[in-house]
Design a protein around this ligand. Structure first.
Ligand code: ATP
Length: 331
């Protein structure tokens, strides 16, 4: 049966890089694409950033490819991740040959808890001029992301697992997170499952160390906000946000999106780097069991990054369309 992919380009460069990724997907796989709307534009038109129909379709599709949302990002991406029943946000960060990376030795992946932490959205104004935010960390979600992270490390050949935390300050919440990871590691060691060794690391010191010695890191398991911030930091090590893909996976179907946002500063100019979204599409193919097609897409992207053409963020002067054509030509 042909698998169905919901396509949500969203705002800004999402409307340029998602069509580019579809062109690539069409060249390697037989998929059925259904397009739906979300983001700032649809909010201006209808009053709603995420139409009910888009939410429902994301739950029904075999996978969703999402571009970006501008001001309404939190109203779109968080519910969409929920619609596909995802609890893990996987963000691989690799330096590619030919790209002028600050740290060419970087090859790591963030596995970010996707459902709680400070992104649970529990904020209140408790008095005039005083606001609060509730940080939610549960044993269940901490154990679930630890199990996923250890499996991801074993399946993808990473020896080092690091767990980011700030349990010296957020004792109850990150203490719970660390306890969850420790319990899972112990159980895995007992049942001889792969990859139960890990290093806890204070997330602020980790930010420095990732810049200084990125080659020391493999999989970094993070609470929600830490994973968001540290992965953007790591983007700077390998040549920028135009290169970073991500997968929101877990219990159900997946949502695949570039790590970058709508990039309003370059939107509409036709110069956005499509690599992050095309590599997200490769993760989508892998999720659908199309490993060979995924590998072909990655090889084609790597070839174009090495030999050009390149978009301006990578020092070139090529358009999104020219880079996309070059990727497709290599398939
Ligand atoms: P948003 O409000 O949607 O998050 P933003 O500008 O705050 O937008 P990003 O969209 O992530 O955040 O962009 C951050 C920087 O990275 C911008 O300078 C942008 O031009 C650049 N950038 C992001 N995506 C790409 C891309 N695909 N190609 C080239 N540059 C990009």
């Amino acid at each position: 049966m042909t698998e169905s992919v919901l396509v949500v380009p969203g705002d800004g460069v999402g409307r340029e890089v998602v069509p580019a990724a579809i062109e690539v997907l069409e060249a390697v796989a037989d998929l059925e694409f259904v397009e739906a709307d979300a983001g700032d534009r649809v909010k201006r038109e209808t009053g709603e950033a995420l139409p009910e129909e888009t939410y429902r379709r994301a739950g029904e599709a075999d996978a969703t490819l999402f571009g970006a949302a501008g001001e309404t990002a939190a109203d779109v991406v968080l519910p969409l991740r929920e619609a596909v029943d995802s609890f893990a946000n996987v963000r691989p960060v690799r330096a590619y040959p030919g790209v002028d990376a600050l740290r060419p030795e970087t090859d790591l992946a963030f596995v970010r808890e996707n459902t709680e932490g400070v992104y649970a959205g529990i904020e209140s104004e408790v008095a005039d001029g005083v606001t609060t935010l509730t940080r939610v960390i549960t044993e269940e979600a901490s154990r679930r992301i630890a199990e996923f992270g250890f499996d991801y490390a074993a399946d993808n050949g990473y020896d080092d697992v690091t767990v980011a935390h700030k349990a010296n300050v957020m004792r109850a919440t990150d203490g719970r997170f660390l306890d969850g990871v420790a319990a899972v590691a112990e159980e895995r060691a007992e049942r001889d499952a792969a990859g139960a060794d890990y290093e806890p690391a204070l997330m602020d010191a980790l930010a420095t160390d990732l810049v200084v010695r990125p080659e020391e890191y493999g999989v970094v398991i993070c609470p929600n906000l830490a994973g968001d911030v540290l992965s953007d930091l790591a983007a700077g090590l390998v040549g920028g946000l135009g290169l970073l893909p991500s997968a929101n996976v877990g219990a159900g179907n997946g949502l695949f999106e570039p790590v970058h946002g709508s990039a309003p500063d370059i939107a509409g100019e036709g110069v956005a780097n499509p690599a992050a979204t095309v590599l997200s599409a490769a993760m989508l193919l892998e999720h659908l069991g199309e490993e060979e097609a995924a590998a072909r897409v990655r090889t084609a992207v790597e070839g174009v990054l090495a030999d050009g053409p390149r978009t301006p963020d990578l020092g070139g002067d090529a358009s999104t369309a020219a880079v996309t054509d070059a990727i497709v030509a290599r398939l």
